[in-house]
Design a protein around this ligand. Structure first.
Ligand code: CUA
Length: 409
């Protein structure tokens, strides 16, 4: 049974969430993740429940709090009077129990809780039900510190950008590959822990096309807060087009000398880990870089992927980091040169010749060894090569809403 104190707390929570919903956009800039902005059937369902429960709770708070206030005002001892003692002429009527009142006090809360339980059970059933017309099934794997979206049936993978058809139920099979992560995209509803060795299913359905923001919700290491992703919901025809292009993608052999150099450097240093369709090598435990140039961001959604570094600026929300003692907006070249310097805990080796510790397999001792050093020319060439890997006619960067405002908040 709900006690007045619980109701009071619940009422406060409801008020706080209302206040949050009213918070002006201007104060904090654009909110990228907003639990009170439902964009799917599931979140609209949950929102309805939240408001119903909130209004119920608020009414109960007013009634019980008001009654308490009234009783205290009416019967409190006033200055110049003494507390009433048994036998005094003004002593109120003494009685033991009042069946009608007690039935009322038990019955009303039971009724409230029952109604809310029915609402909750219904919302729960609606939100978790698997529809018969699932448009796509995607395996979601959480890694330190990025997301792998494996379109198993289609035969390709996409990193950190979950492209889905809008207005269609999409089934996600969420798993963790190293530690426990948590997949959550607040505006589309639901959150699933990404646990190694386990698959947690989630249905999402974006009501309208657009870009939705998600992130890891389980503390998973140094760059937990840098483990973002985007859900790009496209109209069905555009989605079909994207799928067929992603499926058919094969890395072209560039004729431009800088891109050819980039390909060579990539094959010598990167393709052991990163797969690019049409090239040898790569492993599923590293981000797939096929059509990297068509991605809106890289490094798990924290840096904006642009064709030209001059498009980057702090004013546009691009992230600035101290690099060798100097703060500046991070470029793709910075990322390739030393990723851990701009994203703590990044597992990609540096390519700047800096020292790192490696355990000697024979002696068991840790030794300082230098990373491979790539020349600026080579790094620029790899960056140019990656940017050139595009799906023709696909331009997610043109979808509005990618403002990167407020990214650091
Ligand atoms: Cu992955 Cu937090």
């Amino acid at each position: 049974m709900l006690k007045p104190f619980q109701l009071f707390i619940y009422g406060l929570v409801s008020l706080a969430s209302m206040a949050y919903a009213q918070q002006p956009q201007a104060a904090t800039g654009k909110r990228l993740i907003d639990i009170l902005d439902p964009q799917s059937q599931a979140t609209q369902n949950m929102q309805g429940l939240l408001w119903t429960a909130g209004i119920f709770s608020f009414l109960v708070l007013i009634v019980t709090g008001g009654a308490l206030w009234w009783v205290v005002q009416k019967y409190k001892t006033r200055p110049g009077t003494r507390p009433t003692k048994p036998g005094d002429s003004n002593e109120p009527a003494q009685f033991h129990g009042n069946n009608v009142l007690e039935m009322f006090l038990i019955g009303v809360p039971v009724l409230i809780v029952s109604v809310l339980s029915i609402y909750t059970a219904k919302a729960l059933a609606d939100v978790t039900a698997k529809p018969s017309n699932v448009a796509e099934t995607i395996q979601v794997n959480g890694w330190q510190f990025w997301w792998d979206f494996d379109y198993e049936k289609q035969g390709f993978r996409n990193s950190n950008e979950l492209v889905i058809p809008a207005g269609q139920p999409v089934e996600l099979k969420v798993s963790g590959k190293d530690v426990i992560h948590s997949f959550g995209v607040a505006n589309l509803g639901g959150r699933r822990d990404a646990i190694p060795g386990q698959t947690n299913k989630l249905i999402i359905n974006a009501a309208k096309p657009g870009i939705y923001y998600g992130q890891c919700f389980e503390l998973c290491g140094a760059s937990h807060a840098n483990m973002l992703f985007r859900v790009i919901a496209l109209p069905q025809a555009e989605y079909n087009d994207w799928v067929s292009k992603a499926k058919a993608f094969q890395a072209p052999t560039p004729s431009d000398p800088q891109l050819a150099q980039g390909l060579k450097v990539f094959q010598a240093n990167c393709s052991g880990c990163h797969a690019v369709k049409g090239l040898q090598g790569g492993a599923p435990s590293f981000p797939d870089l096929s059509y990297f140039g068509s991605h809106t961001t890289y490094a798990a959604g924290i840096f904006r992927n642009v064709d030209n570094n001059s498009e980057l600026s702090k004013e546009k929300g691009d992230r600035a980091v101290k690099i060798n003692g100097q703060e500046r907006v991070v470029t793709l070249e910075d990322w390739i040169r030393n990723s851990a310097q701009v994203k703590p805990g990044s597992l990609m080796p540096a390519f700047d010749g800096s020292m790192h510790e490696v355990k000697n397999a024979e002696t068991g001792k840790w030794e300082e060894v230098p990373y491979t050093k790539l020349s600026d020319d080579d790094i620029n060439a790899v960056a140019a090569y990656l940017r050139s890997l595009k799906l023709e006619g696909v331009n997610f960067k043109a979808i509005p809403e990618i403002t990167n405002e407020n990214r650091d908040q």
